[in-house]
Design a protein around this ligand. Structure first.
Ligand code: MTE
Length: 320
């Protein structure tokens, strides 16, 4: 992630030619030190409306959905054209265009490790085998922007119940598809691919933790992590891993892509916490995409009542 967008510190012509270059080779020409888990500056406006996006245009207007705090959902346009998906580009406003070619069929998700009943699910079986419900959640990026998104999905615990974790299973590790031909950003040597994330088993079993297959009542688009992604609304957005192909139940705490890339900046828990600053910026406030001012960031992104108990007795400054 890049705390300051390169377009703001680079003359426009240079920036444009570099964008062209990056499009051509698909490389992330960035040193590890320049990366941050959510690339956009917090005051970056969402992309203007643009062309072809059938799923998006089919969905109803954002105004109809609100979260439990009464805040309206962001528009389909904002949610589908302002994205982080480093496998394609570090430019949020081009993810939709570059990820559009991702082949999401056939797609399988291998669920195994410390389970009694390992299974490889075809995506069709996931779509038909679990009741899909809408949940309107806040998404808070670690760099200080946020959105409200009406996801369509089902609790991860329903899928885990089918594979039956053994008593040795203490953590869950998730992996994104590894396919540099389709995902040219994976040729970047600065990050360790595939994108990986992890949860403690009790976090994974929590009812708020979703496996997501759609948004605004429509099938998920590639830029948002099609065909299957994780959503953990009380954690920074980078935990919500996209385009999952593998889920493993394991005994020891796994490392994630961001923990490996910048261990002093990104920890395993990544719970939204206004009291614990990122080493390079405060986390006290955020900008809701589509709004001009800043809002106070809420503890656990406003889900403290539901999840604070998971961390009772833990020092959240150490376990960041
Ligand atoms: N998953 C993968 N595989 N690759 C990524 O680059 N970015 C993360 C997360 N999941 C990312 C990912 C970050 S930093 C954020 S903020 C959210 O996806 C953004 O989700 P959205 O684009 O659907 O809003």
């Amino acid at each position: 992630m890049i705390p300051i967008k390169s377009s703001e510190i680079t003359p426009e012509a240079v920036y444009n030619s570099r964008r062209q270059f990056m499009k051509g080779v698909g490389a992330l020409a960035l040193g590890a030190a320049a990366l941050a888990a959510c690339g956009a500056p917090a005051d970056q406006a969402a992309a203007p409306a643009s062309a072809a996006n059938p799923g998006a245009t089919a969905a109803p207007a954002g105004a109809a959905r609100v979260d439990e705090l009464g805040d309206p959902a962001n528009s389909v346009q904002e949610i589908t054209h302002y994205n982080n998906f480093y496998e394609f580009t570090t430019d949020k406003q081009r993810v939709a265009e570059l990820a559009g070619t991702l082949r999401t069929r056939p797609w399988t998700v291998e669920v195994g490790g410390l389970v009694r009943n390992p299974r490889t699910f075809a995506i069709e079986d996931i779509l038909s085998g679990f009741d899909q419900e809408e949940r309107v959640y806040r998404l808070r990026c670690v760099e200080g922007w946020s959105m409200v998104i009406p996801w369509l999905g089902f609790p991860l615990n329903k899928l885990l119940a089918q594979v039956e974790p053994t008593s040795e299973a203490k953590y869950v590790r998730f992996e994104t598809l590894l396919d540099p031909d389709q995902m040219p950003g994976q040729r970047s040597p600065w990050l360790e691919w595939p994108y990986a994330e992890g949860l403690r088993l009790d976090e994974a079993m929590h009812d708020l933790t979703l496996l997501v297959t759609g948004l605004y009542g429509e099938t998920l688009l590639p830029q948002n992590g099609a065909p299957l992604r994780l959503v953990t609304p009380w954690k920074y957005g980078f935990k919500s891993i996209k385009s999952i192909v593998k889920i493993d139940l394991i005994a020891d705490q796994p490392s994630s892509l961001w923990m490996i890339a910048a261990p002093k900046e990104y920890g395993f828990y990544a719970n939204v916490n206004p009291e614990v600053a990122h080493p390079r910026w405060s986390q006290r406030s955020e900008r809701r995409i589509g709004e001009s001012g800043r809002r106070e960031t809420l503890m656990f992104n406003g889900y403290a009542e539901e999840v604070a108990g998971l961390y009772a007795g833990m020092d959240l400054r150490k376990n960041y």
